[in-house]
Design a protein around this ligand. Sequence first.
Ligand code: ADP
Ligand code: MG
Ligand code: ZN
Length: 504
Amino acid sequence: MRPLKEVLRDWEAVIGLEVHTELTTLQTKMFCDCHLSHDDPPNTNVCPVCLGMPGALPVPNEKAIESIVMAGLATGCQIQRRSLFYRKHYFYPDMSKNFQTTQGPVAFCMHGHLDLEVAGEGAAERPDCTMEKAADGSYVVPIRILRIHMEEDAAKMVHVGGTEGRITSASESLIDYNRCGTPLIELVTEPDLRTPEEARLFMERLRQTFLALGISDCSLESGSMRCDGNVSIRRRGSRDFGTKTEMKNLNSFKALHDALAYEICRQAELLEAGDVVRQETRHWEPSKRRTVVMRVKETADDYRMYPDPDLAPFDLSDEFIERCRTRIPELPLDKRDRFVATYGLRRTDAAQLAADPMTAAFFEEAARTVATEVVPTVANVIINLLPATKKVMPAQVASLAELLASDALTFAQAREVLELVDGTTDDPQRVIDERGMRQSTDADALAATVEEVLAACADQVRQYREGNRKVVGFLVGQCMRASKGSGNPKLFSRILRERLTREG
Ligand code: ADP
Ligand code: MG
Ligand code: ZN
């Protein structure tokens, strides 16, 4: 197969995503009072309603409707005041009712969008994009969301005795109905994505948005957020859609990207050989880096959908929708822009901090106590040093950032100090004083050391004058040695350069 980059010169990919998100932060299931937890012993959180026993009647979970309306409002959807629940029939042991309760043509949330910033090479792959280019060459591309509807999750099946958990080679299949009836929202995009990278970006942005809303733990690994990728290709310049294939349950950002990339190349190879793409559902095998056929696609008609007679039509009041609106916190993009405007952070740093609500809150708490010019150093410590720690407090990061900003500590030392205070309530300033790690920022004392070193290193000084600027590194090393490590290398370097330039 030809590499993706080459394929995308001749072909344009058309991608649409279907994203399922379990509302894991709720206490109870979608239509019954069963406790919502996937960690309890198998089949302990079940009742006649979620098992579909005769005569059991469903009652919708109001908190779940609140969550989906919040998701809709955060993605610019129109909230439908009136909608229905439908029954979608199929046979599968993971839904003992033999139908799934879901929504029909009208979902709670319709016609929204989530905007992507497409930069660099990605922007070049969108020659048709009519959006205005930013100064750095990036585009903002609105990805339209067709709908977000409410449904319930199926039970969890575990296939044992086989390879890669695949049912075809398993000797036994186990079912845990604890998951069955978990409130689930499904978001369907319009086919507006054009590259695997855009698809990955979209998924990341959506995850950040849902995390900020607090409606789910959004874990791709544990499957509380799952993505199906639909993709077709067409000749560059063509407006018609090709036949699509669908990849189910891509459970990481990498799997989403790689499966789409593979599939684009596979389809191109077929079409270039005069063959056709068949509409089918395919399975991504990460270990073999390929997709294989799962089943030929069924159509909506096969499910015999009809309005659920046990659930009355929904009429959402304006008051309810407004209450949901007031519960929406600051979203990641707004947060990022505020971090740039208030703290003068770099956009990429601000975006990284704003992506996760916990990290953002940690950052703001640490930033609150330091001077404005130290805040970017706080961001730097959080982004570069914090991931390796277990339990560091915002005050400790603030204290460390102050030392770094005043050049009393090197970054390597900061890493060491952070390890020492990790899991304690110790103040980093006290720790480095106790250990004599604090570096001198006394310019006079440092300048005296520099003079000593220059006098002893006539050779290197001559080399510097002859144009060998790299020799400064050696001289800094000598200064560090002379000061027994108590001087700051950054300051030594600055003083050395000034001094040598003045002379030469
Ligand atoms: P299906 O009925 O097969 O589930 P839908 O029309 O419901 O198909 O669309 C499912 C997803 O596939 C949506 O995200 C949609 O944007 C996307 N999609 C639809 N047609 C195409 C196409 N030709 N190429 C790529 N994606 C498509
Ligand atoms: Mg579909
Ligand atoms: Zn139940």
